[in-house]
Ligand binder design. Structure first.
Ligand code: TRP
Length: 340
């Protein structure tokens, strides 16, 4: 029997902040788990970050930091491809070509752009486009190109990115309608790994851990700081002796994502029986987190050294990715009439 070619899964990560526990649970681990099922491609969307980050040093730092985080968390560059978006110039050529078949009205309806306009309206500004740059406006087209240029079948994303993947499918459809006799894009599909597992992590204020709420526990804090932040996770005022409901405790919910099933079951029992204080539970959480994060932190710190293997991995990834991109762009160019 002929072996089916594995489907391609592609994930883009925007380098706009320090990686935190919520990223590991909600995005990194689920995306890394897909490598068993798919040919996986990962890239750092540094040009997407440019729509908001104006500090060159910071952009460079976040870009390396995201790559180092994913590798420290287990991404294997032998098994997968990882590259920097900006290393693939073909992306930006296809961006223009696809812009020319994309309706402006589609961009007018994009969530992020609409949110920016709503904010201006709420602030009573006359110009609803105040503060909106063309990068923000064109963002969905660039993202569609990221997806389409690698021939992606599935795109693991958070719920907030679903519209973008639909746009990619929509833009591919328009292109196929116009040029399908000569070249057809694959139509990509979003998968939301979080929905399968129901996993979101509470942050330091009990809301979902997210950079935009400023309530995160960064992944690679030194031990002492990690301990301090764990102590800051909110708890209620039940006394040590009183029985506690594990499922309404942020501390327990975080523990659940990191401890072994036996430890989780045992802790659940002890909390419900009473006699375990929040302080004790926090110490336990710190120990569990620290044990899990220490080897990762060491790998991360080594990769963040200026002469680490990080650059080699990224440039080897870029070479493989460019091969794919050049092939596909060649077909598109000849389909649309841009060729010698
Ligand atoms: N927009 C995505 C985010 O903010 C990042 C991203 C850029 C992306 N290009 C992509 C994700 C392509 C998936 C596929 O998280």
């Amino acid at each position: 029997m002929e072996k089916e070619t594995p489907k391609i899964s592609l994930t883009g990560i925007k380098p706009t902040g320090e990686p935190h526990l919520g990223n590991l649970i909600g995005a990194i681990r689920p995306a890394l788990n897909l490598t068993e099922q798919y040919d996986s491609i990962y890239f750092i969307a540094d040009y997407h970050a440019l729509t908001s980050i104006r500090d060159p040093k910071l952009l460079r730092h976040y870009t390396r930091s995201v790559a180092a985080t994913w590798m420290a968390a287990g991404l294997d560059p032998q098994e997968t491809i990882i590259y920097r978006q900006s290393d693939i110039p073909e992306i930006f050529e296809l961006h223009w070509a696809l812009s020319c078949v994309t309706a402006k009205g589609l961009m007018n309806r994009a969530h992020a752009y609409k949110a920016a306009r709503d904010q201006n309206a709420a602030a009573g500004r006359d110009d609803l486009d105040a503060g909106v740059n063309m990068g923000l406006y064109n963002y969905p087209v660039l993202m569609a190109v990221d997806i389409l240029i690698m021939g992606s079948d599935v795109v693991p994303v958070g719920k907030d990115q679903l519209q973008h993947v639909e746009y990619a499918a929509d833009i591919a459809g328009t292109f196929n309608h116009l040029y399908g006799d000569a070249y057809e894009f694959k139509i990509p599909q979003a998968v939301v790994p979080q929905e399968d597992t129901g996993r979101t992590l509470p942050g330091l204020d009990g809301r979902k851990m997210s950079k935009s709420y400023d309530n995160t526990i960064p992944l690679f804090l030194p031990e002492g700081k990690l301990k301090k932040l764990v102590r800051r996770i909110p708890t209620d005022s039940t006394s040590v002796e009183e029985p506690k409901d594990p499922d309404s405790s942020s501390v327990f919910q975080i523990l659940e994502q990191f401890a072994t099933p036996e430890v989780i079951a045992d802790t659940r029992k002890r909390l419900m029986a009473g006699g375990v204080g929040w302080g004790e539970l926090k110490n336990q959480l710190f120990e569990v987190l620290n044990e899990e994060l220490t080897p990762m932190r060491e790998r991360y710190n080594a990769l963040m050294e200026p002469d680490s293997q990080l650059e080699t991995v990224l440039s080897e990834g870029a070479e493989k990715a460019r091969d794919r991109a050049q092939n596909l762009l060649g077909s598109v160019r000849s389909a649309i009439g841009i060729s010698r």
